[in-house]
Design a protein around this ligand. Sequence first.
Ligand SMILES: [Fe+2]
Length: 261
Amino acid sequence: MPRDNKTPLIHKIAKQAYTTFKDFKPEANRDNNLVPDRHADLVSLVTAIRAADLKIPPRKSKPSPGAAGPQNPPVTYMHICETDVFSMGVFLLRSGASIPLHDHPGMNGMLKVLYGKVSVRCFDKLEDPLTGSLPEFEPPLAPPQTASVRRSVLRSVAEYSESSGPCLLTPLRDNLHQIDAVDGPAAFLDILAPPYNPEDGRDCHYYKVLHNVGEEGAGGGSREEEKEQQEEREEIWLLEVPQPEDFWCGGEAYPGPAVSF
Ligand SMILES: [Fe+2]
């Protein structure tokens, strides 16, 4: 197969994202019906993308004069493209900024760091009859009567940098995450498929970690084993909350190769 070095990598990624996700049908309690080879091809293209491919200069640890301040957003977003099948853009985090814990209902996702380093904590919601109602114990905070509390599990905590492969999420696996900039500013390419669409049941919800659920791992093993098991599968309650006041996302022009469909 002839190599195509003239087409910008972001164009190839957009085309492959469309091919990968165009037949995706969200189904309750069932994960992806994606073609694995297409998904693997997309992962390998996304793994190769760098900030320079998108003409985004890495930002310095110390913001330029006038750039810092409470009036400026901690996170900005560069929109690259959006179709019914997927959306793609770049999130830029200031030093010390976080994208609070949020979900991607019925969606697949791919996050690839372009510069800096981020820590990503991924959670899964657990199927539970208590979903949507309050748990039996008294939570440490008194949630309002309408609170939505979810039983969840911490699935992974990992750091990603430019040389890392993408962090992946699916409708059922690693679907909730919190993203923190580590040791300075950071930016990542973000692909979501299908895109958020509140009219189609895909709105973004924010969550606060309330409580560890119970004695998972207690009983049989040694303290060490219990600790390991707990780290692998730490059950928690998540309380749905409004978008945190200290988080908001501004817009920024995307300077890279234009992508259109
Ligand atoms: Fe996200």
